[in-house]
Design a protein around this ligand. Structure first.
Ligand code: SAH
Length: 345
């Protein structure tokens, strides 16, 4: 049996050729799966009954199933633990902002990058997610929102995993979710976050998609960054920032640099000055994130005043900086934290 959830209309058309199915039927099937919550052919009532039976003998529609769900006290953040056909599970987060519903999607089960502050990588990487599995997370939440006449408005690829280490599937997913027969999500409403896989950053710039690139920088120099992020030994900070600059020049879109603030590690005035030097004269902004302490790690968050001082310092050096509004800290919404709880015996 072959799963068809995650295929484009073009791919479905090719697959359905042996059944002599006209092309417009492939589109109907896609709309049933992606817009009308179908999980079997039997509900696709505008298809001939005989065809429905024939397809059901050979093809499957595999979605995600919910293993668990947590709501933050203010109800604005909901985190889902979603499982796929082989039992592998990932986290997907829904954040209800004033400007709409944003979701945070996982691109790999676990993560291989080994960043010391991050919960997703504690148990290493299990495997890449397929196009269908990334789409299944998105459609699961979109269907969940539909009951309240709402939808997914914006999406960040910032869940577990390194999206640029799963490049082909992630690009296939971004293109599919944009299709009118799927969620019709605008490219400008999609953000991809990377730990700085330099060759793929250049490749992404060439794709000519107006998505936002977010780069996890977290340090102002190689010395500190290599301590926090092993990937910096392969792709040093200057190469990462050069690739970010290229992305901004090619796409004319502002690159966001994420910077987790960790008490006594990367939050000094000197670090703020060095960071502004690094990002000077670029179409870039800095998103400061007071660290969510992770049970498996021993890193602490600086005081709120200290965070404000760091932000003010950047602004004084003409770098646009925002402090990320925290959502869902009480439900451990930092990526990977809930999955780890589930993996614990
Ligand atoms: N691998 C990609 C995408 C997943 S991580 C990347 O590195 O960008 C995305 C973001 O999760 C990080 O940049 C950081 O903003 C956030 N993150 C991870 N661990 C965190 C923690 N303990 N506290 C706060 N944010 C964290």
């Amino acid at each position: 049996m072959q799963n068809i959830f995650g295929l484009t209309v073009e791919e479905l058309t090719v697959l359905l050729r042996p059944w002599k199915v006209p092309a417009y039927r492939a589109r109907q099937i896609a709309e049933w799966m992606y817009q009308r919550q179908a999980d079997s052919f039997s509900v696709m009532t505008n298809l001939p009954a005989v065809l429905r039976e024939q397809l059901a003998e050979k093809l499957l529609i595999q979605r995600a199933s919910m293993l668990d769900r947590w709501d933050s006290a203010d109800r604005r953040t909901t985190k889902f633990l979603l499982a796929f056909a082989d039992g592998v599970a990932v986290e997907t987060v829904l954040m209800r902002h004033s400007y709409g519903n944003s979701i945070c999607v996982s691109t790999q089960a676990g993560c291989a990058m080994g960043c010391v502050f991050c919960a997703s990588t504690v148990h290493g990487v299990v495997r890449n997610l397929t196009v269908g599995e990334m789409l299944a997370q998105t459609i699961f939440i979109n269907d969940f929102l539909k009951s309240g006449q709402e939808r997914v408005d914006t999406m960040v690829l910032m869940g577990s995993g390194e999206p640029l280490m799963n490049y082909e599937n992630v690009l296939g997913f971004i293109r599919l979710v944009h299709e009118p027969y799927c969620l019709n999500l605008g490219y400008r409403n999609i953000t991809l976050s990377t730990s700085g896989i330099v060759p793929q950053m250049y490749a992404l710039a060439k794709e000519n998609l107006p998505i936002t690139l977010s780069v996890s920088l977290h340090a102002p120099n190689d010395e500190i960054r290599s301590q926090l992020m092993p990937v910096n030994k392969k792709y040093p900070i200057a190469a990462v920032v050069a690739a970010g600059r290229d992305y901004a020049e090619q796409t004319k879109r502002r690159v966001t640099y994420e910077y987790i603030l960790i008490d006594g590690v990367n939050d000094s005035e000197e670090a703020a000055r060095e960071l502004s030097q690094l990002l000077r004269h670029q179409l870039a902004s800095v998103n400061l994130i007071p660290i969510n302490p992770v049970a498996e790690r021993h890193l602490q968050r600086p005081s709120a005043e200290h965070v404000e001082r760091f932000a003010a310092m950047l602004e004084r050096c003409h770098i646009t900086a925002t402090v990320r509004r925290e959502m869902g800290t009480d439900i451990q919404a930092a990526c990977g934290q809930l999955r780890n709880q589930h993996l614990k015996p």
